[in-house]
Design a protein around this ligand. Structure first.
Ligand SMILES: Nc1nc2c(ncn2[C@@H]2O[C@H](COP(=O)(O)OP(=O)(O)OP(=O)(O)O)[C@@H](O)[C@H]2O)c(=O)[nH]1
Ligand SMILES: Nc1nc2c(ncn2[C@@H]2O[C@H](COP(=O)(O)OP(=O)(O)OP(=O)(O)O)[C@@H](O)[C@H]2O)c(=O)[nH]1
Ligand SMILES: [Mg+2]
Ligand SMILES: [Mg+2]
Lengths: 291, 280
């Protein structure tokens, strides 16, 4: 793992009081390898390492730790800072209901996350209405209804309406019935499918959500930057959710997506059960990525 | 990559970037870069097309090394049993719909087994797909033991003289020991009726997934043995380069690729097409 690799690297360059260009380049190669193996995007890893390198050059190595530990310490701090710089609380509406819209690629975990978010909010005393504007996926409506039933949450019923109609109807229902929150699930879509991207923008414009969450699979590889950038451009989303982090993927997509969008990671999904949700902890994610 | 550039540091970085960003992994990238540097030492007359040619040639070599014999479906006695597995959300159920449609077009009778008894509306989802494909289905109530559904499905396939039986399973992370045990149990129970079953075990991988796909392939293969891979969502921008190390290290071939959400969006894997798309 990284600490051992860096210890070995620095062992070969003995007797240095300061971190300089020469002794750090080998160490940076090791860190870069670790980041790439963790699925951090190539360009993001390059920029990140460059930035951290400039911060660590000329730094006096603390007496109590080795140069290797010093480098790791700096990287860890910088990574935690980058991952969780801004406060990541869920947006609230001054006039209920708070409208939360969820979007992302196919199979990333959006529908399951909507139910999880609803349960999470109910534990905080907030009553939410679940709705799905997914008119494409076979049995999408059934899926959300089954999940809704399991947490005693009502799902806005729809039949033959279009995606935008459903969204508007759900917000209307939430307003009339005095819900605190309405959570709108959308169909999975490719960022390069212009019709589907137009649709999700149309939904956004129709209901003006307070919060738009980009739900991304925690195992996503190099492509994370492409979909994240495209969704940001069209939707200007306000938060990120990373799912399936109960697996053993390192989750470098967290750094990639955060770096190219600047939006905060608000939640992580850590299991299939409806209570498997957690607030994002940047320090835990940093340790996971650096291994 | 622009044509006719010289083989300098910037050029090397560009190649490296393209390879890494295809999810082919750092090891394979370094292997290919070493190969390029070696060729450059021998012949300084290098330009873009030379480089691309070498990379494509090397990739083709890796993929050809894994030329496991095509599982000849005709050799197996009826019903031909296909078990479909993979982690959550990769496209198993959708792929089964596409496979059912393909076999129906070939004039075969197809039965689907709704052995995902866990996920919300999984059975309903597969039921809609089987109608689109024109296949039959064996399903049971939510929460039933998946192995017993698989067992009943195989019995039904035999008694109805079905050509192809395709078994859908719940998505599961390879890190969950009990869920991997469940797959082993499904396999054991199928063998009680038909020793060669499952005749084909397909692992469905999402092209968007990074290095974890290699781990998934290793773990699923260790647990129940994988005959072929279906690489889905290749209609997106992800390149799916991870199948190169999977082929190289595990010798598991990619059989199909998923190119969309319609019942016809399934194609046989073609390494030439794949390699060309990988490094464009
Ligand atoms: N292990 C694990 N599985 C998850 C997690 N989140 C979702 N899943 C599973 O991932 C699969 C896909 O989840 P869905 O909620 O259907 O994903 P989706 O984004 O709504 O999919 P589409 O609507 O088709 O785009 C299901 O099997 C879920 O149970 C998670 O955090 N961990
Ligand atoms: N664009 C695209 N989407 C796909 C493809 N294959 C599947 N999908 C979509 O991916 C999502 C998940 O597909 P499913 O078939 O439910 O995946 P699964 O592996 O059965 O999911 P679980 O059973 O929950 O583990 C759905 O929205 C599908 O329409 C593909 O080749 N291209
Ligand atoms: Mg969904
Ligand atoms: Mg499924």
């Amino acid at each position: 793992e990284l600490t051992k690799k860096l210890e070995y690297t620095f062992q070969k360059l003995k007797g240095h009081g300061k971190i300089n260009e020469k002794n750090i380049s080998e160490a940076l190669r090791e860190v870069r390898r670790t980041l790439l193996e963790a699925d951090v995007n190539y360009k993001v890893a390059k920029d990140f390492i460059e930035a951290v390198k400039n911060k660590s050059l000329g730094k006096e190595v603390l007496r109590s730790i080795t140069p290797a530990q010093q480098v790791i310490k700096i990287f860890n701090e910088e990574l935690v800072d980058l991952l969780g710089g801004t406060v990541s609380r869920l947006k609230d509406s001054s006039v209920p209901p708070t409208k939360i819209m969820v979007a992302g690629l196919q199979g990333s975990g959006k529908t399951t996350f909507c139910a999880k978010l609803s349960l999470f909010l109910s534990k905080k005393g907030k009553k939410s209405l679940l709705a799905s504007s997914d008119i494409y996926r076979p049995a999408a409506k059934n899926q959300l209804e089954v999940l809704g039933n399991s947490i005693n949450t009502f799902v806005y019923p729809y039949d033959k309406e279009g995606a935008v109609e459903i969204a508007v109807g759900a917000v209307e229902e939430a307003k009339n019935r005095g819900y605190d929150v309405v959570i709108l699930d959308t169909a999975g879509r490719l960022h390069i499918n212009s019709e589907m991207m137009d649709e999700v923008v149309e939904i956004k414009n129709a209901i003006n959500p307070n919060e738009i969450l980009f739900v991304a699979d925690g195992m996503t590889g190099q492509d994370a930057v492409n979909s994240a950038k495209a969704f940001l451009e069209r939707l200007d989303f306000t938060g990120i959710v990373l799912t399936k982090l109960d697996g053993d993927a390192k989750g470098g997509a967290a750094l990639s997506i955060r770096a190219v969008t600047g939006r905060p990671i608000k939640f992580i999904s850590i299991g299939e059960k409806v209570d498997a949700i957690d607030i994002f902890h940047p320090d835990r994610m940093a340790s996971r990525i650096l291994g | 990559i622009s044509r006719g550039k010289k083989f300098n540091q910037e050029f090397i970085e560009n190649i490296e970037e393209i390879l890494i960003e295809s999810d082919i992994g750092i090891e394979t990238t370094m292997y290919l870069m070493d190969e390029l540097k070696e060729q450059y030492r021998k012949n300084k007359n290098f330009d873009t097309s030379t480089v691309l040619g070498i990379i494509k040639k090397k990739l083709k070599e890796i993929m050809m090394e894994c030329n496991t014999p095509e599982i000849s479906e005709r050799k197996q006695e009826k019903p031909y049993v296909i078990l479909v597995v993979g982690v959550n959300g990769t496209g198993k159920t959708t792929t089964i719909g596409k496979l059912a449609y393909k076999y129906k077009k070939e004039g075969k009778s197809v039965l689907l087994s709704a052995a995902d008894t866990f996920r919300a509306a999984a059975v309903e989802q597969l039921d809609i797909w089987r109608k689109r494909a024109g296949a039959d289905i064996v399903k049971t109530k939510y929460g039933a033991d998946p192995a017993s559904v698989a067992y009943d499905s195989l019995q039904a396939a035999i008694s109805r003289n079905i050509d192809v039986l395709i078994i859908d399973t719940a998505g599961r992370l390879h890190t969950k020991v009990n869920l991997m045990e469940e797959l082993k149990k499904i396999k054991r129970i199928l063998k009680k009726i038909k020793p060669s079953a499952p005749d084909e075990t397909l692992l469905v991988l999402d092209a968007v997934t990074g290095q974890n796909s290699l781990t998934q392939a290793k773990e699923f293969n260790d647990a129940i043995g994988i005959d072929g891979i279906v690489l889905t969502k290749l209609d997106g921008t992800a390149k799916g380069g991870i199948i190169v190390p999977i082929l190289k290290e595990l010798k598991i071939p990619v059989k199909y690729v998923g190119m969309g959400e319609k019942v016809t969006d399934l194609a046989l894997f073609d390494s030439e097409t794949f390699i060309n798309a990988l490094i464009c």
